[in-house]
Design a protein around this ligand. Structure first.
Ligand SMILES: Cc1cc2nc3c(=O)[nH]c(=O)nc-3n(C[C@H](O)[C@H](O)[C@H](O)COP(=O)(O)OP(=O)(O)OC[C@H]3O[C@@H](n4cnc5c(N)ncnc54)[C@H](O)[C@@H]3O)c2cc1C
Ligand SMILES: NC(=O)c1ccc[n+]([C@@H]2O[C@H](COP(=O)([O-])OP(=O)(O)OC[C@H]3O[C@@H](n4cnc5c(N)ncnc54)[C@H](OP(=O)(O)O)[C@@H]3O)[C@@H](O)[C@H]2O)c1
Length: 461
């Protein structure tokens, strides 16, 4: 049955995957329901749609974007490749394995521009509140059209939430930080390392943001970088100029004191303590409540909300896999909404969720996490016709990637991997990552630079 209405909140990679999943069905000549997507920014792409702004946007809404200038992919692109639109389809030539943000944004847009997806999206429109109307068995969603400054409501049979979860900072308090004289910011507001040249920087946290912002600051010329961890150090072989210390206990003016009794003066603090899953538009009974993990509670198959099975969430997991995982979820969501996938009763769903959560609890290492998410996507893909690809090979690449960061945190982005979709071996970038200060698309695809590199190779050998 297709005479129902689907609302999608967010046009980032997850929301776009949902649109693409329906479009794929349309292309096969099949009927699809009425769909409408609402995006609070003025363009699609979610995180990949870079903004220089921090704080609030021009309409006074909290800024969604957490990406920064000089941000390059932190995992091989071969691990996130769409199965139905490859990097070769898009760039028509091999490119390196770690593209900068603008290049990945271009790739995401390439696939969606080939469809009519834009017609389904209303931009500059924020979801404000959702109610489930028991009598109608529908959601009533209140939106604000930010441009027109008008409030309106829509009714949907299914609601798909793809609003991301790396936008609202988790910002802990440290005694004395109130009087720190320099800049104190969360990673969400970091927009590039330029302002930290020649400075002594303290980074708090020990995950991807901490690691990458530390390396960015090092690359762009900070004087020293200290990473302060709560549970475990990152443990990379850091170059002179980056070091790790246990957690900050307190600040006195510009001096930070650490758990090991050491102290140091800093010019700025970048707090990289992760993000909150935040859904200010969802009432308590419809709100997903979770921390950043691989299998959030209350989501059957990581997608269908346990308490109300007309409510679906995409992309709410911690992410090794990204774009192709969102696709696998969106294809599952589509076929479920179209009635092709029958889901079991609440009790059985709860048991399935518990099974996956138990498996996650038993993981210990990065490799275990990769295996877990690989198994999750494999399971999802058994339900749909999303083009199958060799997930075991992708898992192998993820493990090599983890290893390569341990070997050399500064040059792991120079390594190349082979696409499991097209068997194309990535091209080495014309300039090593540590030397490359220009992250523009033009520079990345620069043929002349690539030719120069080829020539110098010939001379060398
Ligand atoms: C700093 C940083 C770097 C990253 N680097 C990489 C990387 O190198 N490789 C990788 O694969 N992944 C990376 N990621 C992960 C990234 O989150 C995913 O790649 C992807 O963007 C997630 O897609 P999404 O659609 O689920 O969420 P998002 O990209 O966050 O998109 C959500 C969308 O929902 C919209 N929205 C939110 N609330 C509302 C509302 N109330 N009403 C209407 N619209 C709303 C937002 O404006 C946004 O457009 C990075 C994340 C961060 C924070
Ligand atoms: N492309 C890129 O280069 C790039 C750059 C940055 C980020 N990203 C992406 O952004 C996403 C988010 O990464 P993230 O690192 O921001 O978040 P995250 O992976 O959720 O990590 C949060 C970190 O904050 C620490 N933390 C939480 N509360 C704390 C507290 N009260 N005190 C001290 N430490 C605390 C955690 O430490 P514990 O271990 O103690 O819990 C953990 O190290 C990831 O998907 C990542 O891939 C990508």
């Amino acid at each position: 049955m297709t005479n129902f209405k689907v609302g999608i909140i967010g046009a980032g990679p997850s929301g776009l995957a949902m649109l693409r999943a329906f479009e794929a069905e349309l292309k096969k000549g099949n009927a699809i329901p009425e769909i409408k997507c609402y995006e609070k920014q003025d363009n699609w792409g979610g995180m990949w749609n870079y903004t220089w702004r921090t704080g609030v946007g021009k309409y006074g809404e909290p800024i969604h974007g957490s990406m920064y200038k000089y941000l390059w992919s932190n995992g091989p692109k071969e691990c996130l490749e769409f199965a139905d639109y490859t990097f070769m389809d898009h760039f028509k030539k091999p490119i390196s394995s770690y593209p900068p943000r603008e290049v990945l944004f271009d790739y995401i847009q390439g696939r969606i521009k080939k469809s009519k997806a834009r017609d389904y999206i209303q931009f500059n429109t924020v979801a404000r509140w959702v109610d489930y109307l028991e009598d109608k068995k529908q959601f009533r969603v209140i939106f604000d059209d930010l441009k027109k400054n008008e409030t309106f409501e829509e009714y949907f049979d299914y609601l798909v939430v793809g609003t991301g979860h790396f936008s609202t900072p988790n910002m802990p308090y440290f005694k004395g930080i109130d009087n720190f004289p320099g800049a104190v910011m969360h990673a969400h507001d970091f927009r590039g390392a330029d302002q930290f040249i020649d400075k002594d920087i303290l980074i708090i946290g020990s995950s991807y943001s901490a690691e990458d912002i530390a390396v960015q600051c090092y690359k762009h010329g900070s004087n020293s970088i200290t990473i302060s961890y709560r549970s475990n150090p990152i443990g990379a072989k850091w170059p002179k100029g980056i070091e790790e210390r246990p957690l900050v206990t307190h600040f006195e003016d510009s001096t930070a004191y650490f758990k090991d009794g050491s102290s140091q003066k800093f010019d700025a603090v970048v707090v990289c303590t992760g993000y909150q899953h935040k859904f200010p538009f969802l009432p308590d009974n419809l709100r997903l409540k979770t921390k950043n993990c691989l299998y959030p509670d209350n989501l059957y198959k990581g997608v269908v909300f346990q308490e109300n099975t007309q409510l679906l969430f995409l992309g709410m997991q911690d992410q090794y896999y990204t774009f192709n995982m969102f696709d696998a979820q969106a294809w599952f969501a589509r076929d479920y909404m179209l009635g092709r996938i029958e889901i079991p009763e609440a009790e059985e769903r709860a048991a399935d969720i518990a099974h996956w959560m138990k498996m996650e609890a038993e993981t210990e290492t990065g490799d275990d996490h990769v295996d877990f998410q690989t198994a999750y996507i494999k399971d999802l893909m058994t339900y749909t016709d999303y083009p199958p690809f060799d997930l075991d090979k992708v898992a192998e690449m993820f493990k090599l990637w983890l290893e390569s960061k341990e070997e050399n945190i500064l040059n792991y982005r120079d390594k190349v991997y082979r696409s499991v979709m097209t068997d194309t071996l990535a091209e080495e970038h014309h300039t090593s990552w540590m030397e490359e200060l220009d992250d523009s698309l033009e520079r990345f695809l620069d043929e002349e630079e690539a030719d120069e590199k080829e020539l110098s190779k010939v001379n060398y050998y």
